[in-house]
Design a protein around this ligand. Structure first.
Ligand code: T4K
Length: 402
């Protein structure tokens, strides 16, 4: 026990492991793309690399259009605007705050809905409860790369004349009933942020089979310009740069390698977490494609340490486990001031936000890192009572991030 870093021992890992350490493809290929770009003297504004990236994403998903953007948040904002959302839009509170901000930023009221306990995705039954005459849309979030109950949500949307879109920031490479994520609802939004399975440094995209919607979003991401001097919509600057597209294309070439690494890590964690009580690993559906980018657990009382105690111990060992999306959007500003009693309608969100802890994965892990983490977890589980009482004095240190 003296060796635990929280009690003064050296950290178990020399190199800090993060949730979201970037998956990096082949450097030479990336630099070659940079050189071509510089030789061309064309660095942004719908350049050839962006067009190639869009083409490859559309083909991969089998959708008619991919509109690449500077990040996932702006992609969400543009999608919501292009769909003419207004009034109220229903979304889960258990999501990254960008999903809610993309609405609030343009004066649309986010209405937070509870999620399903097993998948952490929006609960369609709860969606129905929140529909009012002011509701114009539903945003399903494909949390952790799993998929929502797409068909049920679509049926609810159709019956109530609502737009349905998906925030699929986590779900590039995932499938639903054998069909790639990206092909559902009116449109779907990806993030290619550095922490995502496929990253373009910063980046995002909206994918859709709707020609008119795609055209509108292309105009909106470029200030609304329809020609050299003609502006026909209010627009913004949502363009992806050529540097970002070069990174996205290079990483797309390594898709299979990233997937294999993530899958191996996931199996390693699954075996490790089965060897002691109190930590439930969220298991992915083997029958679907999945990117395995998130190692998601729920820490229960049988483990003997609280989720936050465990996180503090892991951080000291240079394992930067994260408690996404604690404490839930409804408990963040401005939403907690707008809706101070939202928690009453969100019991599952409240419960899982206190239990969820994510572990590092991706190509920055060495082969034996997962085994080392598993061994540490077993030790913590066996000695939980003693550690917990000794932690009492150390515990005053608040966990550093959420
Ligand atoms: N919808 C959903 C459901 C989302 O999850 C997100 C983003 C969005 C929409 C919006 O998409 P973007 O506008 O971001 O494209 C991160 C990411 O910034 C964010 O993209 C992501 N979701 C969210 C879940 O996580 P943070 O603040 O928790 O972590 P961050 O960016 O500091 O990175 C996490 C750790 O990864 C760092 O502590 C260290 C490591 N890291 C990070 C970067 C950027 C590296 O090792 N190298 C790096 O270059 O938000």
């Amino acid at each position: 026990m003296e060796d635990l870093a929280i009690f003064g021992g050296p950290p178990l890992l020399e190199k800090t492991l993060h949730v979201g350490g970037p998956n990096l493809g082949d450097r030479e290929a990336l630099f070659a793309r940079f050189n071509e770009m510089l030789d061309r003297n064309w660095v942004t504004n719908n350049g050839p690399l962006v067009k190639e990236f869009e083409q490859r994403i559309s083909e991969f998903i089998d959708v008619r259009h991919c509109v690449a953007m500077c990040n996932g948040t702006v992609a969400l904002e543009i999608a919501c605007r292009a769909l003419d959302l207004e009034g109220e839009v229903i979304l889960p509170s258990f999501t990254f705050v960008a999903t809610a901000h993309a609405l609030q930023w343009q004066g649309i009221q986010p209405v937070f809905c509870d999620v399903e306990p097993n998948t952490h995705c929006i609960d369609p039954g709860e969606v129905e409860r929140h529909i009012t005459p002011r509701t114009t849309g539903i945003i399903g979030v494909n949390v952790w790369g799993q998929t929502c109950q797409v068909e049920t949500l679509q049926e609810i949307a159709d019956r109530n004349h609502l737009q349905l879109l998906f925030d699929s920031a986590h779900a590039f490479g995932a499938s639903h009933n054998g069909r790639m994520v990206g092909a559902f609802g009116r449109c779907e939004v990806f993030s290619f942020h550095a922490t995502k399975f496929l990253n373009s440094f910063e980046g995002g995209a909206v994918v859709t089979n709707d020609d008119e919607l795609a055209e509108k979003m292309r105009l909106m991401r470029n200030f609304g310009f329809s020609g050299m001097d003609e502006v026909i919509y209010i627009g913004t600057n949502g363009k992806m740069t050529e540097v970002c597209a070069a990174m996205g294309l290079t990483n797309l070439d390594s898709f299979d390698d990233f997937l294999e690494t993530n899958l191996t890590n996931y199996h390693g964690y699954r075996d490790a977490f089965r060897s002691f009580p109190g930590v439930r690993l969220l298991e992915y559906d083997d029958g679907e494609s999945c990117n395995y980018q998130y190692i998601v657990t729920e820490v229960g009382p049988e483990f003997g340490l609280t989720r936050d105690q465990l996180m503090t111990i892991l951080h000291a060992e240079n394992i930067r486990a994260r408690r996404y999306f604690w404490p839930g959007c409804h408990r963040m500003e401005p939403y907690k001031s707008f809706f101070p009693h939202a928690n009453l309608l969100l019991p599952t969100t409240e419960s899982i936000a206190e239990k969820v802890l994510l572990y590092p994965t991706g190509i920055s892990l060495r082969v034996d890192d997962v085994t080392t983490i598993g061994r540490l977890m077993r030790f913590l589980s066996r000695n939980a009572d003693a550690i917990s009482s000794r932690l009492g004095s150390v515990e005053k240190n608040e966990p550093e991030d959420g």
